[in-house]
Structure formats: C-alpha cells, structure tokens
Design a binder for this molecule. Sequence first.
Ligand code: FAD
Length: 307
Amino acid sequence: MECEFIYKNLLETIPKEKILINEPMSKHTSFKIGGNADVFIEPSEIEEIVEILNYAKKENIRINIIGNGTNLLVKDGGIRGITIKPNFKKITKEILQDEIVYNCGSGISLSLIANEALKDGATGLEFAYGIPGSLGGAVYMNAGAYGGEMKDVVFETTFLDETGNVHTIKNEEHQFEYRSSVFQKKNTIIIKSKLKLKKGKKTEIEAKMNENMQSRKEKQPLEFPNAGSVFKRGENFIAAKLIDECGLKGAKIGGAEVSQKHAGFIINRGNATANDVINLISKIKNVVKEKTGFEIKEEILIIGESK
Ligand SMILES: Cc1cc2nc3c(=O)[nH]c(=O)nc-3n(C[C@H](O)[C@H](O)[C@H](O)COP(=O)(O)OP(=O)(O)OC[C@H]3O[C@@H](n4cnc5c(N)ncnc54)[C@H](O)[C@@H]3O)c2cc1C
C-alpha cells in the first residue's frame, strides 16, 4: 500500500507532526544503518496507538515497534507498513518507607531513570546506567549488565495487545530470562513499567554508576556507531572471547568491522550497509563454528526487508 495513502488516512486521527513518511531508519538506530520506514509514527497518547492499531487491522498493514533502536539492525530495504516508536516520557514516583516506586513511560531512556534514582538515593538500577535503550526496549529484552537485569527491578508493566486492550502484568508474569521476556512471544506495545528500588546511600550509588560507566568506556567501542554485543552469551562460553580467540578482531566486510576493542561488537566505520553487517555476522558464526565447534547466536534483532 502507498505510504501517502496510509499517511492521509492516519491524518484523520494523528497529529501531522507525529507522522513521517519514508523515514530513514539510520536516523533511529545506534548502528546508523537501515533503509526507510514507509510510515514512522511517534505517538504519545494511548488513544493514538489504539487508532493506529484499528486502522492497521482494517487495512491489513504490518506494525513494527522500536524503542531507541540500540539493539536493532534494520535491513537496507527498510520497513514496510507502520513503524511505531512509543513516545511515553512521563515519570512519577511513590516514596514508601524503604522503597521508591518509579512509574516510567516506555520511551524514557534507562540512563535517565538511573540518574533520577541517583538523585533520590534509590539503589538497584546502577547496572542499567550506560545501557542506551529505552525502558520499553529494556523490558522487552530483559536488558542487563554488571550482575543486574530488568528482572530484578520491574514491579509491573502495562501494555496494549494487538487489538488495543490495556493489560498490566506483575514481575513473575514477564517470564524474564537471559535477554528475553514474554513480550518476545506476542505482538504487544509496552506503555509503562513500575520499577521498585530500595533506599540506599547516594555516594555508593554514584560510585557504582561511575565505575560501570568507566568500564564501558574502557571496554566498548563507544566512539563508533554500534548496537552493543552482537551475540548472546552461551551456557558454557562467552561469544566475544571465542571471536577473539579465532583471530577475528578487525575482520571487515565493506564498512562493517569486528571491533578491535571488544570482539563482541561490530562497528560501523561510517559507510556500512546492513548487508555488510549481516555478511560479517555470518562469517563470524562460520569461523567460530569451524574453529571451536560452538554455535553462537545473535543478540541483536534484524528486521526489515533486503534491498
Ligand atoms: C553501546 C551499547 C551498549 C549496550 N550495552 C548493553 C548492556 O550492557 N546490556 C544489554 O542488555 N544491552 C545492551 N545494549 C543493547 C540495547 O541497548 C538493549 O538491548 C536495550 O534494552 C534495547 O532498547 P531499545 O529501546 O534500544 O530497543 P530497540 O533496539 O529499539 O528494540 C529492541 C526490541 O524491543 C522492542 N521494543 C522496544 N520498545 C518497545 C515497546 N515500547 N513495546 C514493545 N516492544 C518494544 C522492539 O520491537 C525490538 O524488538 C547495548 C547497546 C549499545 C549500542
């Protein structure tokens, strides 16, 4: 279906400034790679999403959700249908005797919430400082680092199902596992989550956050566009270590390169295409399998159409 046609129909219910057509996904991903999304919308009201879902269902249009685009590789042919980037940015808090509960919109960046917790002297989210995703993406992925993960702090999450009905689930219903949650099994849109943190000591929280950030700066190629660790940790191996042992640091295809600083990262040297990254991933997997026998699997999500 023509993007202009979708655009005109959506204008009946969504403010013009929230809808973009033929939007380059390189602008919305940390890899700075990706073809155009036919229609790209940043809704900030639940009702707007419900309107989009109803319209998409009626016209049989595909819906894709993105957060900060920091765990995504969008293919060079772009994304058909409607891409939604939820723009819920409200944060409120409830101060209890020993805890603070943060009610956070899914579009807020994790680091911003960690900073808010620091201001209040609330502990538990130090691990998330420096993870560049949105809260929604972090819940979806059960993002984690330095011994912590979203599973440890999420109290409940409110989401919309495919038909626009609102649901709220408690922590144990998230089915959190290593880089996985129940949201990966269904088409839903996370609206907000409540995070429960304990009251702690500001100096200790700040020291931990600084230590984590320092470690990221030392170990990760933050000076180049990337999407974090490309591969998942295995039960009995660390993918980056295997890649390093196979001599793949610095291996290149087109503008995509295995980082010299951290073998688990692929960096965009400036002109990488999604195809370059996909071919490099495939090369890495083949070499690692051949030389070590281990099958490594992607942590990043690859979406969209090939060119
Ligand atoms: C430099 C760097 C360092 C990183 N370090 C870490 C790390 O230490 N630990 C870690 O776990 N990850 C890390 N990551 C990866 C990434 O930041 C996390 O996976 C993050 O949780 C992804 O969030 P996002 O908002 O960018 O999601 P996106 O990449 O935009 O999307 C990821 C998935 O979440 C879904 N999604 C996003 N928002 C919603 C929503 N509101 N409702 C429903 N589904 C949604 C999308 O559909 C997609 O399937 C790193 C990435 C970079 C670039």
